[in-house]
Ligand binder design. Structure first.
Ligand SMILES: [Zn+2]
Length: 108
């Protein structure tokens, strides 16, 4: 869960937490053109959607400064490429293996 006011020590940690939060929620995202080394902004693929999450680099670390929910239809998130990426899925498979070390590759 990511919400306004959450703080992270590094921008990379904030980026990963935000991306996971969106994907865990079954939604998708698009990286905003305004993102740079000081700001990380995710928007929606649908142009009329109000979804927006922004992490800003401040003197005290990285802070979530904007968090608006999706206002688009669920069809927007059908077949989301980031949700099927190795980056996202490997976190769940590592947890699965740690919990059950007798698990076979076929079961995964
Ligand atoms: Zn949306």
């Amino acid at each position: 869960m990511v919400q306004v006011g959450d703080q992270f020590p590094l921008m990379t940690e904030a980026c990963e937490a935000i991306r996971r939060h969106v994907l865990d929620d079954g939604k998708s995202y698009a990286l905003a053109n305004k993102s740079d080394h000081k700001r990380f902004i995710l928007t929606c693929k649908a142009l009329d959607c109000k979804f927006r999450i922004r992490a800003s680099n401040t003197k005290r670390g990285v802070k979530i400064t904007i968090s608006n929910s999706h206002t688009c239809t669920p069809a927007t998130h059908y077949i989301s490429r980031p949700a099927h990426s190795i980056w996202y899925l490997k976190g769940y498979h590592q947890a699965l293996i740690i919990n059950n070390q007798d698990i076979t590759p076929a079961q995964i």
